[in-house]
Design a protein around this ligand. Sequence first.
Ligand code: NAD
Ligand code: AKB
Length: 319
Amino acid sequence: MKKVLVTGALGQIGSELVMHMRNIYGNDNIIASGRKKPEGAIAETGPFEMVDVRNPQEIADAIKKHKADSIVHLAAILSATGEKNPAAAWDVNMNGLYNVLEVARENNCAVCTPSSIAVFGPSTPKDNTPQETIMRPTTMYGVTKVAGELLCDYYHSKYNVDTRGVRFPGIISNATLPGGGTTDYAVHIYYEALKKKKYTCFLDKGTYMDMMYMPDALNAIVDLMEADASKLIDRNAFNVTAMSFDPEEIAAEIKKHIPEFQMDYDIDQDIQQIANSWPNSLDDSAAREQWGWSPKYDLSAMTQDMLDELSKKLNLQYK
Ligand code: NAD
Ligand code: AKB
């Protein structure tokens, strides 16, 4: 049975991953952590520790107190926020990861931390982007994610720390809002479609990016952590994807359910530039072959579920 410390547990992925993992491994075995006190289910169902990942002692204290054997490291500054404050992105993403890896090395813990499609840049092949390819990102977030993958590889090869990670695309979810990324429009559009039946998109038509619905993302993390190590040729940089679409395609899918829905555009040039530097679609065959990655949700199934779940949460009928 695993005992797992989750950093950045109150963010978009952590808030759902903690509950998902508590259901699998037991409430007391998943220790949520973050920089502010939680409310609701995370606080009520299991342990929580205040951990700022820039402080290695706080990470070590939480690991020792709970005798944790694994760390899911989610604390990070994402792409759009990172471009507004590159120094903070470097500090949290690089020093935070270094501290987590050092504590893991000293305490014999496994580490699973997500990388991102942000590792790619404008010189990367755009379509069916291979896992091993040119990686020259043009955002501070992307720079920290490439360096983070390499640092995790280093801790595995030099110190035998069991490090693992996927390169997530944009994650779409209905529980916690995304935390300042380039792909966030694909979450906001569902809220606005239900609330106002219109949405002003900050990315232009024709901007294709990979995306994934949260249930598949949660399975990706658990399945990779549980994967048989002897089958893993790769470790910290698995391409994973579930779908690729542009703003027109997601809007058209929403219109099938809400025919009055209208979308217009007010392009944020800074974010558009980031999106333009990322792939249109990924090749995730290595994840499929090495640990059985197989997403369940495509755009149509995700849209149905997003609208159903959000309409309940917001108490807004759409049918
Ligand atoms: P998020 O921004 O929603 O959550 C990150 C959390 O980390 C927040 O709760 C934030 O308060 C916390 N945090 C920031 N600085 C911290 C610090 N110094 N110490 C402790 N906590 C701190 O991000 P997310 O979407 O949940 O992303 C989790 C991980 O997944 C990140 O590594 C991110 O790069 C990666 N990822 C996410 C996506 C996505 O679309 N959500 C896509 C690719 C990769
Ligand atoms: C972002 O847009 O920054 C994230 C990511 C793809 O890493 N959603």
